[in-house]
Design a protein around this ligand. Structure first.
Ligand SMILES: [Zn+2]
Length: 190
């Protein structure tokens, strides 16, 4: 799963002036998916109303697992669960399988309705919430994505080699720290 993390390229350009531009580029449709033809229940939205129950079940079980693991509540953001590629693109998705935007939520592609992918995005929500959105974007990819892969329990068969390496790097960095400890301190990198 190649989960694109947004803003990194733009942030690399540096400068506080960019912050306003970055926010403008974010797909604000995620804040009100029902205005763009989606059917929503609570914070979960689908293209077809018939898929809503399955999406809710997937979201709720993943959220319960991640909240129990992290011993904290997730922020109340949207999960836009697409089935078509057009929907995924409309809400800001690209070539990756799912994507999270700070302050807004996640967009999940039709081929990515798996528990571990939703959990992966929820780990990014925790990073945004606990470290700060802009801080998270400034952290090395091995930390950001390695943490999301390590904690979402993706099957080995679905982890590309470069991400497996990042996952191992994150685990080494994490050491014996609990997730609560990791989340309650801004990470330091040697
Ligand atoms: Zn990711």
């Amino acid at each position: 799963m190649k989960t694109r993390t947004v803003l990194v390229g733009l942030l690399a350009l540096g400068g506080a002036l960019l912050a306003g531009a970055i926010i403008l580029f974010m797909p604000l449709k995620i804040a009100t998916p029902q205005l763009f033809g989606m059917h929503c229940a609570a914070q979960v939205c689908t293209e077809d109303e018939q898929d809503l129950a399955a999406a809710l079940e997937l979201f709720r079980s993943a959220r319960g697992e991640v909240e129990a693991m992290a011993d904290t509540k997730l922020p109340n953001l949207h999960a836009v669960m697409c089935k078509s590629d057009a929907c995924y693109a409309r809400f800001g998705g690209g070539a990756e399988r799912a994507i999270s935007f700070p302050f807004l939520g996640m967009v999940v592609a039709g081929r990515s309705w798996q528990n571990y992918i939703v959990r992966h995005e929820m780990i990014h929500w925790l990073q945004f919430e606990h470290f700060g959105a802009f801080e998270t974007m400034s952290y090395p990819a091995w930390f950001r994505e390695g943490m999301a892969y390590a904690l979402s329990e993706a099957p080995a068969s679905d982890i590309p080699p470069e991400f497996a390496q990042w996952m191992a790097q994150y685990r080494e960095w994490e050491g014996k720290r609990s997730l609560t400890t990791v989340l309650s301190n801004k990470p330091l990198f040697d």
